[in-house]
Design a protein around this ligand. Structure first.
Ligand SMILES: Cc1cc2nc3c(=O)[nH]c(=O)nc-3n(C[C@H](O)[C@H](O)[C@H](O)COP(=O)(O)OP(=O)(O)OC[C@H]3O[C@@H](n4cnc5c(N)ncnc54)[C@H](O)[C@@H]3O)c2cc1C
Length: 371
């Protein structure tokens, strides 16, 4: 990710210093989170691409605030194939000189009712769960599902790999550049404080602001709901470094080791406006209470906290492909809680759809399904 305050402009400096500029590209990508950079990088193989990001740094919003777990069984059923298909890229990422996945494992713990049937998951007893995470109160557990294939992701490394790929293909990144208006046509005219960017295609990768960007283009929104999720760090215990992620089957909390700390969350999903999300004390207190009830961790204080918006379409699946009313406007939104782990395959799909024209009726992720 870029240094705070650094402004990245790959276009002709003379034009930018003159203020207004008028520059023609094949594609303008709106948004510099993981969705925007991965799409821009894939598209830049065969097209001229400019990526516009409103904030001074890329990945400032949800992408920089994730729990960084690749979790094969997690998310909407339609997105699970995207997660699986992304493994090929994650296992051999271009433009990065170290592995971006590190073995972690995940354990879904069950306090009442039947164990969930998770693809690739192995049912284990309460005692076996407590062998993996001794802090768990096995006397309260029905059992758990063990997923050995879950891994930690190096989100900054993944994001940066796509930035490098985009740059090496001659792509342009402009930060501190909010898209304030979009005029449909051939070409599109995308208006920012730096000037007017012309392009044959627009990609909407604006995360929680996806519907707002569509409205700026005069298009109908798909009905996105950003949902706040809170996370915080507490001190680790001496043996916690090797623990898997522990998540409660009732979606009441999760925790996982993160270096010398434990990353904890309430697994909350509070509907929000698209904003720079902030953690609420009440959500942190509730998470601590639930984790303390389920474990012997006795958390009393936190070291840091943050919140991010996981943004969902009305059916919880992703929205990828051309707008039904304006086929040169391409949606890449609604990533929910799986936007990092699905990004490589989602970017390739967007690239294919951009070449292929209208999406076949009934295809997964089709923006037209909300009409
Ligand atoms: C606590 C938490 C834990 C998570 N854990 C995981 C996990 O373990 N695994 C996983 O895969 N996912 C996880 N996620 C979800 C994942 O982080 C998101 O799905 C993903 O980051 C979404 O990426 P994005 O690029 O769509 O959005 P963002 O990163 O929010 O990027 C959108 C960008 O668009 C920009 N933008 C908006 N409007 C404009 C405009 N008008 N002009 C210019 N730029 C604009 C914004 O400034 C922003 O930078 C988690 C999320 C949270 C909050």
């Amino acid at each position: 990710m870029t240094q705070p305050g650094r402004r990245e402009i790959g276009v002709d400096r003379r034009l930018s210093t003159l203020g207004w500029m008028n520059t023609r590209f094949d594609v303008v990508v709106v948004g510099g989170g993981i969705a925007g950079v991965s799409a821009a990088a894939e598209l830049s193989r065969n097209r001229t691409v400019v990526l516009l990001e409103r904030e001074p740094t890329l990945a400032y919003h949800t992408t920089g605030r994730s729990a960084a777990l690749f979790f094969g069984s997690y998310g909407h059923p339609d997105t699970i194939p995207l997660t699986r298909a992304s493994l090929e890229w994650f296992n051999d990422p271009p433009h990065v000189d170290h592995p971006v996945l590190t073995p972690r494992g995940a354990m879904t713990v069950v306090f009442s009712g039947a164990l969930p049937d998770l693809a690739g998951g192995i049912p284990i007893t309460a005692e076996e769960a407590a062998e993996r995470v001794p802090a768990l109160r096995s006397d309260l557990l029905v059992g758990a599902v063990w997923e050995p294939d879950a891994t930690d992701m190096d989100v900054a490394g993944i994001h940066q790999a796509y930035v490098r790929q985009l740059r090496s293909n001659g792509g342009t990144i402009v930060t501190s550049s909010e898209v304030t208006a979009l005029r449909a046509g051939s070409p599109w005219r995308v208006i920012t404080p730096d000037g007017i960017w012309e392009a044959d295609h627009v990609v909407n990768a604006a995360g929680a602001w996806g519907d707002e960007v569509a409205r700026l283009a005069g298009l109908r929104p798909v009905g996105l709901t950003p949902k706040r999720r809170t996370a915080f760090m507490v001190a680790a215990t001496p043996d916690s470094e090797r623990w898997p992620l522990v998540t409660d089957a009732g979606h009441n909390f999760y925790f996982k080791p993160d270096g010398t700390q434990l990353l904890c969350s309430l697994a909350d999903e509070t509907p929000s406006e698209p904003v720079d999300a902030r953690p609420e004390d009440i959500d942190i207190a509730l998470a601590i209470e639930r984790i303390n009830d389920a474990t012997t961790l006795q958390i009393r204080s936190i070291r840091s906290s943050w919140a991010g918006l996981r943004t969902f379409a009305p059916d919880g699946s992703m929205v990828i492909g051309p707008d039904p009313d304006e086929p040169t406007f391409h949606w890449l939104v609604g990533q929910g809680g799986t936007g990092i782990q699905t990004a490589p395959a989602a970017a390739l799909l967007l690239d294919e759809l951009l070449i292929g024209g209208p999406t076949p009726a009934g295809a997964p992720f089709d923006p037209a399904r909300f009409r």
